[in-house]
Design a protein around this ligand. Structure first.
Ligand code: FRU
Length: 471
């Protein structure tokens, strides 16, 4: 879909937006698509005080379709501006979709790298070993809104010979006067891996090395991010094809990180154990960036591809999916902790101390002195339990196919819960474990009921205001 096609269909968008207005499940303090479908966050960055949030966007179809890069900006994470899509599909090399990618800022210029998707239809293909192009394309921009040209940097032939056609989602980082590009990939033996390319000028890239685990961990790794937090290197990525083990790896595709020892000069590396970034139902394709205050910020897609969650109720209203709350990442040794970005506190109303809470959009904070077990219900359809070893989120009654997710947890010290109209985010032990999920209760009043063997040091809650979104 090029820009002219998009502009010609804006009436369709207006109709969808009328439907969305009457939808009790639209979100108030999370980003959703202006209409249609949203998936991965893309090109996250901050430039001259403005945070740019691009995202995979299908404006006129709530159930997948041709991908563009939609665009929001925010200075304060409370007031947002919506712009028309930034990247359209308008060249041969991205004719079947402007897929995911990232931004890198150098000398006051944005470098956007993304995957141009091409699917050949001249004969029958499996689209794994043949029939698909995944082109790595560069756009340079002075302002994040306009650009002159798209330049294809890498084509399938430039990837190592043992790669399938699935190579995508470039991310860039700089180390010791070199630039590195990280790409998610599937090789011809169906082993998920990461390719690293090296460059001196951000435009000419040479293959550098491939990273994968000693034992196969899924057939494809999507959306890689190599980052450093407090001196520890991590590879965040989304492996597909990992089997469930007890309560672990319960989602269809994984979203997590490996602590990594990586020597780029010697081309040596060692993976630590994979840790799920989030234990909820709806988390995928997270992307991180360093803001101008050097905070490592993560935003994820509050959704997941190919899950068999049925008849999501927003589809009839012309839209689907959302982004997570932005979170600041901290490292504690080889573990990543996530906490909602401070700025959300500006959404808070008056602090409240009683359990009597009939508001719909709330933040609830429990701080324990001791906690043996409990049962907390919210909205009469969401249940959270803890038995001293395992914390469980049960959405049977309002999950539309989502049932139970759990995590092992020896001690529970605090819980922070965010309820938006059709989402829940739970942060345990100051971000040690997180559960992110969509949920569709009939009655949206929080109405917490809390029983168990525990002593509370503190309990408080706040009603949360709505984001302002300017057009
Ligand atoms: C992850 C993903 C990416 C791809 C994009 C297409 O959700 O499959 O690998 O670039 O979505 O929308």
């Amino acid at each position: 879909m090029n820009k002219t096609e998009y502009l010609n269909r804006l009436d369709e968008q207006k109709k969808i937006q009328e439907l969305m207005k009457g939808d009790k499940y639209t979100l108030n303090f999370h980003l959703i698509p202006p209409s249609g479908w949203l998936n991965d966050p893309n090109g996250l960055c901050q430039f001259n005080g403005v945070n740019h949030i691009y995202y995979q966007y299908t404006p006129f179809n709530a159930t997948w379709g041709m991908k563009l890069w939609g665009h929001y900006t925010t200075k304060d994470w409370i007031t947002y501006k919506e712009y028309e899509p930034f990247i359209f599909s308008d060249i041969e090399d991205d004719r079947d979709g402007v897929y995911s990618g990232s931004a890198f800022i150098k000398n006051n210029e944005f470098y956007f790298y993304y995957t141009g998707n091409v699917k050949h239809t001249d004969k029958k293909y499996d689209y794994i070993s043949a029939g698909r192009e995944q082109n790595t394309i560069l756009i340079k921009s002075k302002d994040g809104f306009t650009y002159k040209e798209k330049k294809t940097l890498l084509k399938n032939i430039d990837y190592p010979k043992n790669m399938s056609c699935h190579v995508r989602d470039p991310q860039i980082f700089e180390k010791n006067d070199n630039y590195y590009m990280v790409l998610g990939a599937r090789d011809l033996d169906d082993v998920g891996c990461i390719l690293i390319y090296q460059s001196k000028d951000l435009e000419n890239w040479d293959y550098h090395m491939t990273l994968t685990t000693p034992e196969k961990f899924g057939y494809m790794w999507e959306c890689p991010n190599i980052i450093e937090i407090s001196g520890q290197t991590f590879l965040i990525c989304c492996p597909q094809g990992v089997e469930q083990q007890g309560i672990d790896y319960a989602n269809i595709y994984q979203c997590g990180y490996f602590p990594l020892e990586l020597d780029l000069e010697k081309k040596e590396y060692k993976f630590g154990d994979f840790i799920e970034l989030d234990r909820g139902f709806d988390i995928y394709a997270p992307q991180t960036f360093l803001d101008e205050n050097n905070r490592r910020i993560l935003i994820g897609w509050m959704g997941i591809p190919d899950a068999d969650y049925t008849n999501q109720p927003t589809i009839d209203k012309g839209w689907q999916h959302a982004l997570t709350l932005p979170r600041e990442l901290k490292a504690n040794g080889k573990k990543i902790y996530q906490l909602p970005l401070e700025e959300y506190k500006k959404l808070r109303g008056e602090v409240q101390k009683t359990l009597d809470c009939s508001a719909k959009n709330v933040e609830l904070n429990f701080e324990f002195t001791t906690c043996k077990n409990f049962n907390l219900t919210l909205r009469d359809s969401i249940s959270l339990t803890y038995d001293g070893y395992i914390f469980t989120l049960d959405l049977e009654k309002c999950g539309f196919g989502r049932k139970i997710r759990s995590v092992k947890l020896k001690n529970l010290i605090d819980i922070q819960i965010f309820l938006d109209n059709s989402s829940i985010e739970i942060f345990l032990n100051s971000g040690e474990k997180v559960f992110t999920s969509r949920c569709y209760s009939k009655n949206l009043e929080a109405n917490p009921k809390f029983y168990g063997e525990y002593t509370l040091n503190d309990f408080k809650w706040y009603e949360l205001k709505k984001f302002e979104i300017l057009k």
